[in-house]
Design a protein around this ligand. Structure first.
Ligand SMILES: Cc1ncc(COP(=O)(O)O)c(C=O)c1O
Length: 342
């Protein structure tokens, strides 16, 4: 039943289920690649996806090269070799929310006989339908918005066309399973998904707009803001935002990131997102894994997940955390290395 519901959500021919979002990502990649192949991946992928590319996948003879999130379909076409089997996308990018031109990249890949997978966890299958735009496989961490209550792990790969057979064959060979209780949790989450997403989006928009006028904030990362560099493609392809918002402090607050996070009372500290509760993390340690540094803002960066709490409480919490900060005018630190050292 869950597979049927998710296939409708993603407009897929079929869906395979996995015990976590990361298992869905690695499972789909294992199903579609063989030793000697090469993968091209966007540089702004979720950190553990890169760990898999550089760890087990490389050990099994599949190499990965990375392209910047602003690379056009033509730029990526220029990177293809006879070994390229797969292009891996994540749009918006993890932590910094760059939007890729997915329809153009998928069309180019299809013409070249190269498969495409996208991590569609941000959109939860609601805000963007990758398979309608020519992508072969859409993967989601159902752990996030579909389950929605931070009490279950699960992932899925939704596919159209010949990839379905490959996914199902690998699924049986490896023996991935999900428990009936977890599947029930995801079915229950699907029943309130759109209502929750709308609330997350409304609160995230309010928080992002408020953040823009805070004196401590240099940049707010949210594709729904009209002056965000990703706004045009986001408005063309997406029907909304989720609850994630990033913001960059002015450099003189680089040594205040921990103090800010520790003084939050409504926002918890946590790497996951998509549940009912608001969470915050320091994004800098993960940013340093990237290889295409050009164009990436390097200030002290925090990622917020705006949950389902009253948005006034969220803003009050952020305001009191900003109020407690002390400016360190003597040692302004501007580069990523210094921010990471915090
Ligand atoms: C973009 C993205 N994809 C995949 C995952 C992995 O999901 P899971 O925690 O279910 O393995 C995460 C988790 O944070 C994520 O942020």
């Amino acid at each position: 039943m869950l597979r049927d519901m998710l296939a409708k959500l993603e407009n897929a021919d079929d869906v395979t289920l996995y015990p976590s979002g990361l298992a869905a990502i690695t499972g789909a990649i294992l199903a579609l690649t063989s030793a000697g192949d090469e993968v091209l991946a966007v540089d702004t992928i979720y950190g553990p996806t890169r760990r898999f590319f550089e760890g087990m996948l490389r050990r099994f003879g599949v190499t990965t090269r990375y392209f910047a999130p602003e690379a056009t379909a033509d730029d990526i076409a220029g990177l293809l070799t006879e070994k390229t089997r797969l292009i891996f996308l994540e749009s918006p990018g993890s932590l910094t929310f760059e939007i890729q031109d997915v329809p153009a990249i998928a069309a180019m890949a299809r013409k070249a006989g190269v498969l495409t997978i996208i991590d569609n966890s941000y959109a939860a299958g609601v805000l963007f339908k990758p398979l309608d735009h020519g992508v072969d496989v859409s993967v989601q961490a159902l752990t996030k918005y579909v389950c929605g209550h931070s009490d279950a792990f699960m992932g899925m790969a939704a596919a159209k066309g010949p990839s379905v057979t490959l996914l199902k064959a690998a699924y049986r060979e490896v023996g991935w399973m999900v428990s009936p209780d977890d599947a029930y949790t995801a079915i229950r989450g699907l029943r309130t998904l759109c209502t929750r997403m709308a609330q997350h989006a409304a609160s995230a928009q309010t928080v992002a707009t408020w953040m823009q006028v805070q004196p401590q904030v240099r940049t707010v990362l949210c594709p729904a803001l009209p002056d965000d560099p990703n706004h045009r493609i986001w408005a063309r392809d997406f029907s909304g935002i989720n609850g994630l918002v990033g913001f960059e402090f002015h450099p003189e607050y680089a040594d205040q990131v921990e103090a800010f996070l520790n003084s939050l009372k409504v926002f918890g500290l946590g790497y996951s997102w998509g549940g009912f509760e608001s969470l915050a993390i320091n994004a800098n340690p993960q940013l340093k894994q990237r290889v295409c540094r050009d164009g990436i803002e390097t200030g002290p960066l925090i990622r917020l997940h705006t949950g389902l709490e009253n948005v006034d409480d969220l803003i009050s919490d952020l305001a009191q955390a900003f109020d407690g900060l002390v400016v360190n005018a003597e040692s302004p630190r501007t580069d990523l290395q210094h921010a990471n050292a915090v």
